[in-house]
Design a protein around this ligand. Structure first.
Ligand code: ATP
Ligand code: MG
Length: 344
């Protein structure tokens, strides 16, 4: 039997990406500091995969996504896509790339124009990119069908739909230009739990049908578990850990990943009652003034002196498993046993 290795092709390559925002104050709006929203991220996205991006509020997930589709201009670094660097590419070339790089937002109501009927909302990107109105309208009907709505729904307005249906409209619009990569920024977080699975299932079916690559942003590790091939864990503008789904859930190495995993409830009430949790103390530090050394050290239950002095560089601890920590946990080790139950 010949073993055929699945070739992996990088579709997007991010190197040392930094996206900072100025902090302004006073009557003259003088720049008094900078928010380091994304602060030195390097990662490759593989064609056809779903890469989950997880981290707490404010850690820079949306800024990373917006930098990729150039809704915000990165400060430095590079994002290579189709032979172009999205960070420095000229406006006209970016227009062309934008067809292939799309973003779907958390709040489908805020991102859909309430005054336009749905067929116009879905057709608009095609018309902007030169498709005739008649053809765009016909394709909009097809796209609505593809996301589980009816072409007749096109004559209605966004407020006439439920949250889940509105997100389907947002997804149809993102598909209009036949993109290769879609950044899904918390696409189901605003929806009822019962609707979330339906939308996730739809996204999976569309990925198969249209050969899509996804970056799927979420707050916690439970949402992306089912859909992701790999997961990147972010903390304060940087990557803490990046690995295959199985490694992240079964062999987590970064103490931050451990604490995120311990926050996911277990469905079995007996196990849940027995389980010891590591609850992180303190707030997330400000991205305008991140801690020295390892950014997680101010909340890390196993931090040592070295963590304040030296920035941990990402290290590959096993194939495809990167972790940025001076004291990564071994397979099978838990934070609870390292810290002791007194510090639960
Ligand atoms: N346009 C902007 N101008 C100034 N600061 C910004 C801007 N956009 C984001 N920030 C700041 O950058 C940091 C990262 O924000 P971002 O929205 O990327 O985080 P996030 O991980 O998506 O958070 P959430 O989970 O709440 O959506 C935050 O401190 C935020 O206040
Ligand atoms: Mg966000």
């Amino acid at each position: 039997m010949t073993v055929v290795e699945t070739p992996t092709k990088t579709i997007l390559s991010i190197k040392d990406l930094k996206t900072y925002f100025p902090i302004r104050a006073g009557v003259f709006r003088k720049v008094v500091g900078q928010v380091h929203a994304v602060d030195g991220i390097s990662l490759d996205v593989i064609a056809g995969e779903t890469l989950g991006i997880v981290g707490e509020s404010g850690c820079g997930k949306s800024t990373l996504g917006k930098s990729i589709v150039r809704l915000v201009k990165p400060t430095s670094g590079s994002i290579m896509f189709e032979g172009h660097d999205v960070v420095t590419v000229d406006h006209d070339t970016m227009q062309g790339l934008r067809r292939q790089l799309q973003m779907v937002f958390q709040d489908p109501y805020a991102s859909l124009n309430p005054r336009h009927p749905v067929h116009e909302i879905v057709a608009e990107p095609m018309i902007i990119h030169g498709t005739s109105k008649a053809e765009a309208r016909e394709r909009a009907g097809d796209l609505l069908r593809a996301v589980g709505l009816l072409p007749e729904h096109g004559n209605r307005y966004p407020h006439e739909f439920s949250g889940g249906q509105r997100q389907r409209i947002g997804i149809a619009r993102s598909l209009a230009l036949r993109p290769k990569l879609i950044v899904l920024d918390e696409p189901v977080s605003a929806l009822d739990v019962s609707i979330q699975a339906q939308v996730v299932n739809l996204l999976e079916a569309l990925q198969e049908e249209y050969d899509l690559t996804y970056m799927f942003i979420a707050h916690d590790l439970s949402v992306v578990r089912h859909i992701s091939d790999r997961v990147a864990v972010m903390y304060l503008g940087q990557l803490a850990e990046l690995a295959s789904r199985d490694d992240i859930y079964h062999k987590p190495a970064h103490p931050y990943t451990h604490s995120l995993l311990s926050a996911i409830p277990v469905p079995d009430p007996d196990i849940e009652a027995q389980r010891k949790r590591i609850v992180l103390v303190g707030d997330i530090p400000s991205p305008a003034n991140p801690p020295s050394g390892c950014r997680f050290r101010t909340r890390c239950p196993i931090a040592q002196d070295r963590c304040a002095a030296e920035v941990p560089q990402p290290v590959e601890i096993r194939t495809g498993h990167m972790v940025a920590c001076h004291f990564p946990l071994d397979e099978g080790q838990t934070l609870v046993e390292l810290v002791g139950s007194s510090r639960r």
